[in-house]
Design a protein. Sequence first.
Length: 439
Amino acid sequence: MTANQLTVSQALERMRRGLLSPQELLTDCLDRIRQKEDSTQAWLHLDAEAAQRSLAAPDKAAGQRLLPGIPVGIKDIIDVRGMPTSCNSPASSHDAATRDAAFVGLLRAQDAVILGKTDTVEFASGGRRARTRNPHDPLRTPGASSSGSAAAVADFMVPLAFGTQTAGSVIRPAVFCGIYGFKPSHGAISLEGVKPVAPSVDTLGWFTRSAADLALVAGGLGLALPAATAPSVGLKGLRLGLCRTPYWHRAELAGRAVLDRVADRLSAAGAELVEITLPAPFDGLAEALDIISQAEGGRALQTEYVTQGTRLAPDFRQRVEQASALSANELLPALDLVAACRPAFDALFRDGPDALITLAAPGVAPLLAKGTGDPIFCGMWTALHAPTLAIPAGRDPTSGMPIGIQIVGARQSDGALLALGEWIAKVIDPAASPAREEN
């Protein structure tokens, strides 16, 4: 196994034992990018020299840092000091940022190595698609606007990368690429320095190749992680809600099959599974999120609309104009519906399940010609501000593509959900095992 194939936890353990240096890890990651970037096309900007410089000036307190020497990819709607923020758009200035986004500053404080900017859908919301291809099949999409970050992790270019989610742009790429993804509760991580799409739902997220790494990164970004949130012995005694959502009719055969298979494995491991049917108002969450995203998305591009003229794509110009025309009769009911559903959602967990198990996507990653995939099984949880975690669940026997599920927790239950995710991963991800996490 080369160093670039290690998870974050594995790489850090080898560094602690003197079996690996940060320079060796960075060199292997850069070699992998040189080998695979022409086919995967995950990056919009690389700065190997800056990464090398950061290794050449080690911090004296590095032993106290959580991510020393770990190479990281950052979605290119996020400011990184000294690197352009292109948003994959000719209407963006492409100037080098003078400051780091707030969470990027936290990464630097943990001695992570910022390697470059990953490809994204234009302004993370439409227009030009990312060039990125799915590492498992270049004819298929890697997912939505955070596709470059997901593909870079899945293709062993970096062990950690960051994206954002407004509907399903962290969770969906994670399952399409066969890796782990985490979208925290809304507002848990600062979005200062991130180009907004729809601020009332935009959420930072990250991709890794193990559940343990998701929690490690969360701690480095300041999320509170209770010392004991998972059961001491497997999944026995846990109640998990099997939630097919009001949109089950849009699930494909591959999606339906993986959810049934996961439920069987969790039951066999000792978890109690209960069917959860969401109350009627939840049926309207997807439509409400669309209206909110249309209104806030248009406002987020107002500056480009005024200053960039025809360099801003026609569909974005139309979005700005339609946002201005949205009446209170359309927007207020959408906002009120989402606001009313949030406490009702939290109430499901009182004396109820410890987490929900549900689909992350209708099926496997579609062919590129068919788009980036349907976010219908992610958007409602994003609207609810809930933390969600994507877990691989093997391969679809028909297509051979990765497939997975997501687990969903109550708002602000991020630490408990991350801990639970580690146990669930050991049951449903064929590649996960205690030995793999610890090596």
